[in-house]
Design a protein around this ligand. Structure first.
Ligand SMILES: [Cu+2]
Length: 243
């Protein structure tokens, strides 16, 4: 038992140091077997992790003693892949862009990992443009986790705070939609409230390239489909790459 416990302790020491050092792949964790670890700042965290090891790892160690050293990298790298990814976008009003009738999503092209959970936050500094008849279905969320999103009203002068409490919604009043984040090919649509921070989660699937766009006529011209709505990318539409 004693050599095993030492081995496990080493395993968790290395794992903890690898985590502290920011290592995130098996390839970078494996060389970490060189001992002692080179990051003295990680020592206190490593000790805490090691003290917790015997209780949870003891049954596995009893049945597979020779497997312990090769199992170490798996233990060290098990947690990071399950963490959600974040996608943050900002919508600037036409006052902010300095082009009348030209609000913009920033960024408009982005890449997300395949088969992952993504937390999307859209901070919108623009006002409302009512969805016209025939498009009012885009006031309802589809294709996102739980079918709901949260809306936190913001003040432009203090956008990291909240102007009033956060609410959870599955739809908005069609007259109170500012833009939409819509990926037709994936069945995803989220209405975005004016002057608010909207947050939702989605799951990515297989790798691919998808067009997203806003379906609220927020642009120029008699129907609002000119200007940024007509621009092929960089304003009210862009490309999501899942890789
Ligand atoms: Cu728009």
């Amino acid at each position: 038992m004693r050599p095993l416990r030492r081995s496990l302790t080493r395993t968790f020491l290395v794992g903890a140091v690898a985590l502290v050092a920011g290592a995130c792949s098996a390839a970078s964790a494996a060389p970490g077997w060189s001992f002692p670890p080179s990051a003295p700042n990680g020592a206190s965290g490593a000790v805490v992790a090691a003290s917790a090891a015997p209780a949870s790892a003891a049954p596995a160690a009893t049945s597979g003693a020779s497997a312990a050293p090769t199992a170490a990298p798996t233990l060290a790298t098990a947690a990071p892949p399950s963490a959600p990814v974040s996608l943050n976008m900002t919508i600037l009003s036409d006052t902010m862009t300095g082009r009348a009738g030209w609000p913009v999503f920033v960024p408009s092209d982005f890449t997300l990992p395949a088969n992952s959970t993504v937390i999307v936050t859209v901070t919108n500094f623009d006002g409302a443009t009512a969805l016209p008849k025939g498009s009012q279905l885009y006031a309802k969320a589809t294709g996102i986790v739980g079918g709901t999103f949260t809306v936190t009203p913001i003040k432009a002068g203090a956008p990291n705070g909240s102007a009033s409490p956060t609410s959870t919604r599955s739809a908005l009043d069609p007259a109170q939609v500012s833009h939409t984040f819509t990926i037709l090919a994936l069945g995803i649509n989220v209405p975005l409230a004016p002057d608010a921070r909207t947050t939702f989660m989605l799951h990515t699937g297989a790798p691919g390239t998808y067009a997203w766009r806003c379906l609220d006529p927020c642009g120029t011209g008699p129907y609002g489909w000119g200007g940024p709505m007509a621009a092929t990318s960089g304003y009210m539409q862009g490309t999501l790459t899942i890789s």
